[in-house]
Design a protein around this ligand. Structure first.
Ligand SMILES: [Zn+2]
Ligand SMILES: [Zn+2]
Length: 227
């Protein structure tokens, strides 16, 4: 599915793939790569080619967000240093590649981006907000002018990211939510599921107040939840 959200295009390939966002010549998260012919078809509809992108920014190191990186020929890869380590070493445990039955090859990360740095993407100026918890290398991308947050798997429309996978940390996620709650956010564009157009700050504050509870891996409430 392709959905136009003003200056941003959302591509959803399958339940297994992350949301893929296209802003001009920038891609935010590349999906698993397992449905790439479909991706190619969708880009063709948009009048774009796989080699027409300048950069891919990964919100974190899980396979469903990084698996397609290599298909964007010529694009530079940007990720937090903690995520970059997983991507550059094709770390199977931390990327959860086996869970997706995928194949991860080591890939160079050209820009190791940290808290406060900015990346230009189309008309947006994306500030890196370091938000560990779902994974050690999780970042959100914040455009102050349009009050837009690309939240990766830190915050979804209906809840927060899981912390039961390797490197997950409920206390760190709680601290990250409290940090996000201080920003003025309207639009939330998450790593899975539906997007939010208005009142993002309120939703994040609610999640922060509710508190992140530690979960263990055989908790049945996690069944079917995205990683
Ligand atoms: Zn994830
Ligand atoms: Zn995910």
């Amino acid at each position: 599915m392709i959905k136009k959200l003003g200056d941003v295009v959302l591509i959803q390939l399958s339940d297994m793939d992350s949301n893929i966002y296209i802003i001009g010549d920038t891609v935010i998260d590349s999906g698993t790569g397992l449905n790439f012919t479909r991706m190619q078809d969708m880009l063709r509809v948009m009048g774009k080619k796989l080699d027409g992108f300048r950069q891919v920014i990964n919100t974190h190191e899980h396979f469903d967000h990084i698996g397609g990186n290599g298909f964007f020929f010529g694009a530079k890869i940007a990720a937090h240093p903690e995520a970059a380590e997983v991507i550059e070493n094709a770390d199977a445990e931390m990327s959860l590649v086996e869970f997706f039955d995928g194949n991860l090859k080591p890939k160079k990360v050209d820009f190791k981006v940290k808290e406060g740095e900015k990346i230009d993407a189309g008309g947006l100026s994306l500030e890196i907000i370091y938000t560990p918890g779902h994974t050690p290398g999780s970042i959100c991308l914040y455009d102050r002018k349009t009050a837009t947050l690309f939240s990766g798997d830190t915050v979804f429309a209906d809840g927060v990211g899981r912390t039961d996978t390797p490197g997950g940390d409920a206390a760190a996620l709680q601290a990250s939510l409290e940090k996000l709650a201080n920003l003025k956010i309207e639009r939330i564009l998450p790593g899975h599921g539906r997007t939010i157009e208005k009142g993002g700050s309120k939703i994040i504050s609610c999640f922060a107040k509710a508190g992140v509870m530690p979960v263990d891996e055989d908790d049945e409430s996690l069944l079917g939840k995205p990683v």
